[in-house]
Ligand binder design. Structure first.
Ligand SMILES: CC(C)(COP(=O)(O)OP(=O)(O)OC[C@H]1O[C@@H](n2cnc3c(N)ncnc32)[C@H](O)[C@@H]1OP(=O)(O)O)[C@@H](O)C(=O)NCCC(=O)NCCS
Length: 191
């Protein structure tokens, strides 16, 4: 459990744990609240559709009562047709009422640490650079890479887990994750 006291006032305790099948409904409800109905139209969705997240890389944050208050998942991708493997991160979302209390940062740190432990080489995402820069993400190495669909180039960011992993990389990100069965896909569809 992450516990903290800020200016003498306790802030909610929470823990980051692996997502389980029991979390899917609450995760989808949280994503709907946090990101709205258009969330499933994003380019990232082309990579996530009908796939399972990368093995061991789906996390939720839960409060002291076990309520789901945050989510992040990572997805296996390939950098171009015959390119190397990497991960795509997203969506990251935190319950609106608990924003600014470090839940997003805890999810990001856990996701990055576990991806590194599992010997992945790089993580890419589409998101706000001012937020993700604090975790080491930048657009410095995504210039010759592309998402499969419309996106804002300055929001296409990457973090190398192995120095130089993205040097000279070019091509469009392609889904490389384990395929979900239709029923499982319907349950775990991301956005
Ligand atoms: C973005 C999000 C995940 C951050 O989660 P969080 O738990 O509130 O974040 P943390 O508590 O770890 O960090 C808070 C800090 O990030 C900053 N921050 C939050 N969102 C930001 C953004 N989009 N751009 C820049 N900074 C941002 C806050 O101002 C705060 O700054 P401070 O530490 O200097 O006070 C959460 O706000 C959210 O779910 N947003 C809606 C979904 C979304 O947009 N997800 C994708 C993000 S691109």
């Amino acid at each position: 459990m992450n516990e903290a006291v800020e200016n003498g006032a306790p802030v909610p305790a929470f823990a980051v744990v692996q997502e389980s099948a029991f979390d899917v409904a609450a995760r989808e409800a949280l994503l709907d609240r946090a990101m709205g109905p258009k969330r499933k139209r994003k380019s990232s969705e082309k990579i996530r559709r009908a796939r399972l997240p990368a093995e061991g890389l789906a996390f939720v944050a839960k409060d002291a009562e076990g309520r789901l208050i945050g989510t992040v998942r990572l997805w296996d991708v390939r950098l171009g047709e015959d390119g190397p493997a990497a991960l795509l991160l997203g969506p990251l979302a935190v319950d609106t009422v608990l924003k600014g209390q470090g839940v997003g940062a805890a999810l990001m740190r856990q996701a990055i640490a576990e991806a590194a432990r599992l010997e992945h080489r790089a993580i890419l995402l589409v998101g706000d650079a001012p937020y993700y820069a604090r975790f080491g993400f930048s657009a410095a190495k995504t210039g010759k890479l592309a998402m499969p669909g419309p996106y804002e180039r300055e929001r296409f960011l990457a973090l190398e887990l192995v120095a130089g992993a993205l040097d000279d990389m070019r091509g469009t990100l392609l889904p490389a994750g384990r395929k979900a069965s239709t029923r499982r896909a319907a349950r775990s569809l991301a956005a």
